[in-house]
Design a protein around this ligand. Structure first.
Ligand SMILES: *Cc1c(COP(=O)(O)O)cnc(C)c1O
Length: 464
């Protein structure tokens, strides 16, 4: 039903609302569209609320829109590789190179020695090959793309079957399921073994004339314990060689270092997988590797060049910004091994965060608590249980330090919402009626901003 004529007259004009809204921080066409949409809704409604209420509704909608813009946030979850918060923050070298590549022309596809057209990504491929101890390496958009590319390539001929253990038909993240990826690439799935146990004999029995490759998918985001068994990478590689089929390993996170050094359990490295005989490995650029979103493929030179010749490769290739950030990250990894730095943070930011000293976190927590002594909040310092995140080392818990906030004039959930909607947004988590802020993932230089954000969120409440 339409509102009555007098009601309709009460609907304010677009211009009047625009004027009342003032500067919103959003491009004007978006503001106009939002106002029009809201007014159209009112025209269809039975009653028209007062102008101030309409203005309030629109303001709220614009704020939500503004908040949805990509922007830096303070990660106080303690989860180092947080997929919803953009996974790996880049280290200083990567940020610097990214900025200068972005702002200038560059030698993306020119050989500066000859002046001829050059190979894209040649140098970063060389770096990645060195890190992985591989004959060759290349890079695509993400690890999922790397997997699809490899599967499409190896199942393009008459052999369509991919042999994989039932224990590895996993879901990686939001809707990314290994069996779906396999089938969308035109491969036929040949499941072997059971959820908890797959033996070398299971694989051997399944390999036949139709088999294109053996695929192993690292169980990165969950773990199995108890009555479990699976062959080693070396055993699978031996079997693949004997039966003359390819063997590809999807490592997911692909640690460039032995994670034991960080007091964590062992995460397979690309180098050890290739040493054990895998033909190709793939892993993400933005998990433990600490770079931009990318999928790194490493292994035998002949296979890597064959993948690069696939027409589909063109649709998956990375742009100059990603290649720049990845190059700087890869250089940081290689330099790290030579520089025996006892002091100073690791140049790969993810590693720096994983290696933070709990005593330093404790000192920062004390300082923040002292600063908040006068604020309308009860602050306790507790032990955090940070996580590596990003579907990596799901069992690992990183000792950490949290500030637990119990505001006096609102519930903790309200404080959490205010911090989340602030500038910069701060993301913590609720536990036991308190808002917890884990300092492991808050960069030390963000402490003043965190402190100010808490003050503002509490202060807003007092003003209400
Ligand atoms: C995370 C993960 C992927 C997906 O990686 P993206 O780079 O996000 O595409 C694939 N396989 C495994 C085993 C993973 O852990």
């Amino acid at each position: 039903m339409q509102p009555a004529r007098s009601q309709r007259r009460a609907i304010p004009a677009v211009d009047r609302l625009l004027q009342a809204l003032g500067e919103t921080g959003l491009p004007r066409p978006l503001v106009v569209a939002t106002v029009r949409r809201q007014l159209a809704r009112l025209r269809a409604a039975r009653t028209v609320p007062p102008v101030e209420e309409i203005e309030g509704l629109i303001r709220r909608e614009l704020e939500d829109l503004r908040a949805s813009a990509l922007q830096p946030v303070i990660n106080a979850t303690g989860i180092v590789i947080h997929t919803n918060l953009g996974r790996a923050p880049l280290g200083p070298d990567a940020v610097a190179l990214l900025g200068s590549i972005a702002a200038h022309y560059n030698n993306l596809e020119i050989d500066l020695a000859t002046g001829e057209r050059g190979a894209r990504a040649g140098y970063v491929e060389t770096l990645l090959g060195a890190i992985c101890g591989a004959e060759a390496a290349t890079v695509v958009n993400n690890c999922a793309a790397a997997l699809v590319l490899a599967l499409r390539h190896f199942t393009a001929g008459p052999r369509k079957e991919v042999v994989i253990s039932r224990g590895e038909l996993v879901q990686i993240g939001g809707g990314f399921r290994i069996p779906d990826v396999l089938e969308s690439s035109g491969a036929r799935l040949r499941e072997v073994g059971t959820t908890n146990r797959t033996t070398l004999a299971d694989y051997a029995r399944a390999i036949g004339r139709e088999t294109a490759l053996l695929l192993r998918v690292h169980r990165s985001n969950f773990f199995m314990d108890g009555f479990v068994a699976s062959p080693t990478t070396a055993e699978l590689a031996g079997l693949a060689r004997q039966k003359r089929v390819r063997f590809v390993e999807d490592l997911g996170s692909g640690a460039a270092v032995a994670t034991e050094q960080l007091g964590l359990e062992h995460e397979p490295t690309p180098a050890e997988s290739l040493r054990a005989g895998a033909d190709l490995v793939c892993f993400s650029g933005d998990k433990l590797f600490g770079g931009p979103q990318a999928g790194i493929i490493a292994g035998r030179a002949r296979l890597v060049s064959a993948l690069k010749r696939e027409p589909f490769f063109r649709a998956l290739r990375c742009d100059k910004l990603v290649l720049g950030a990845l190059q700087a990250t890869a250089e940081a990894w290689l330099r790290q091994s030579e520089r025996e730095r006892a002091a100073g943070p690791h140049p790969v930011r993810v590693m720096e965060l994983l290696q933070l000293d709990v005593a330093a976190l404790q000192a920062r927590a004390e300082r923040l608590r002292a600063g908040l002594a006068e604020a309308a909040v009860e602050v306790t310092i507790g032990a955090g249980r940070g996580e590596v995140g990003g579907g990596t080392l799901p069992r690992a818990r990183l000792a950490s330090v949290t500030l637990a906030l119990k505001p006096r004039c609102m519930v903790a959930a309200e404080l959490a919402a205010r911090l989340r909607r602030g500038t910069p947004p701060v993301i913590g988590y609720l536990a036991g009626g308190r808002l917890k802020l884990d300092l492991r993932t808050v960069f030390p230089e963000q402490d003043p901003a965190l402190f100010a954000a808490i003050g503002r969120a509490l202060g807003d409440a007092q003003a209400d």
